[in-house]
Design a protein around this ligand. Structure first.
Ligand code: F6P
Length: 363
């Protein structure tokens, strides 16, 4: 009697729309087509360190295609190689990877499917080097993963941000104000660039192009002179002025990447109001971009990537991530993904396109 394959799935890092759609696609195909056994690891890598997991049936993942968040839970602080432990009230970090690997080996897995962004997949790559058969799936609203043209969650975040920018237009026009919309994106500007273009932003500020406050003020004044008595500025949370630095909202000590960005929109708002004398207001969209149902595009992408992962398991393509290149599903070595975030190249066609219609990038 052929031994039934057993796979496990975990979701790590910031949640985003589409995570459940991916869990559904991997689980349904594994059970329905390949008769595999599927285990859901709870709360990201916390689950493999502390043996927290449950069996997933076909019915468990039925009806979750449109559900935001992740039914498995996730974490941004659980790194088995640098695990936060409280001792005598003090926070310290321990390498508990051996324990995690022992727990995985006890489960006798054919594969551990890690759904995550650069942090989670960086850890997945280390687990792979330590002998765990791992496959990665590209999740993040930031779209900053190397090796893939797009990550799931990005389209949903851009869609939510664009709806916010559309709404901000009416209040900007009514009050003749400068409205600044700050969006997430970590250290890359993909969300700001795409939602800025989709929302008709007059000024788009991204980390890849440090800005000059005076050139932003000049753009606003130029519009005013032409009778456009309002302006929309879309700014990435990781944007910064020339010769200046990012604005840090808080430090999360337990987290592998403790810095949380946020608030640059308020800093810029005050400066623009001082220089131009025009009323300015700032909106920070924050975690709204990570909530709610995935767009149809993200549901389709998630289903494609999730079912691709089962192919990769069948072909023992461990140590790889499923991704997209020119609309085709591909596989990418995790080693490449773990090399750090993918930022926007300065000659990106959409920067050129936006500039060609008069959009200002602050430089
Ligand atoms: O990586 C996703 C993301 O939402 C980033 O855009 C943002 O900088 C960060 O996570 C926020 O993290 P947290 O949810 O811990 O505040």
């Amino acid at each position: 009697m052929k031994k039934r394959k057993r796979i496990a799935i975990l979701t790590g890092g910031g949640d985003c729309p589409g995570m459940n759609a991916v869990i559904r696609a991997v689980t349904k195909r594994a059970i329905y087509e390949k008769d595999m056994e599927v285990i859901g690891i709870e709360d990201g890598y916390h689950g493999i360190v502390n043996n927290r997991y449950r069996r997933l049936t076909y019915n468990d993942v039925s009806g979750i295609l449109t559900l935001g968040g992740t039914i498995l839970g996730t974490s941004k602080t659980a790194n088995p190689y640098r695990y936060p432990v409280k001792r005598g009230g003090q926070l310290e970090f321990q390498d508990v990877s051996k324990r995690a690997i022992r727990n995985m080996n006890k489960l006798d897995l054919t594969c551990l499917v890690c759904i995550g962004g650069d942090g989670t997949l960086g850890i997945a790559y280390r687990l792979f080097k330590d002998g765990i058969p791992v496959i990665g799936l590209p999740k993040t609203i930031d779209n900053d993963l190397r090796g893939t043209d797009i990550t799931f969650g990005f389209d949903s975040a851009v869609s939510i941000a664009t709806e916010g920018i559309d709404r901000i237009h009416t209040t900007a026009q009514s009050h003749h104000r400068i409205m600044i919309v700050e969006v997430m994106g970590h250290r890359a500007g993909w969300v700001a660039l795409y939602s800025g273009i989709a929302g008709g932003g007059d000024i788009i500020l991204i980390p890849e192009i440090p800005y000059d406050t005076n050139s932003i003020a000049a753009k606003v004044k130029e519009r005013n002179k032409k009778g456009k008595r309002f302006s929309i500025v879309v700014i990435a949370e990781g944007a910064k002025p020339k010769g200046g630095d990012v604005v840090i909202q808080r430090i999360v000590k337990e987290s592998a990447d403790p810095i949380r960005l946020g608030g640059i929109g308020f800093v810029l708002g005050e400066q623009i109001e001082k220089i131009t004398g025009l009323e300015t207001r700032t909106v920070v969209m924050g975690h709204l971009l990570r909530g709610g149902p995935p767009t149809p595009f993200d549901r389709i992408l998630a289903t494609g990537l999730g079912t691709k992962a089962v192919d990769m398991i069948e072909h023992k393509q461990f140590g790889y991530m499923a991704g997209v290149k020119q609309n085709s599903l591909i596989t990418v070595p995790l080693e490449r993904v773990a090399k750090g975030p993918k930022t926007i190249p300065l000659n990106h066609p959409m920067i050129k396109a936006a500039r060609s219609i008069g959009t200002c990038f602050g430089n």
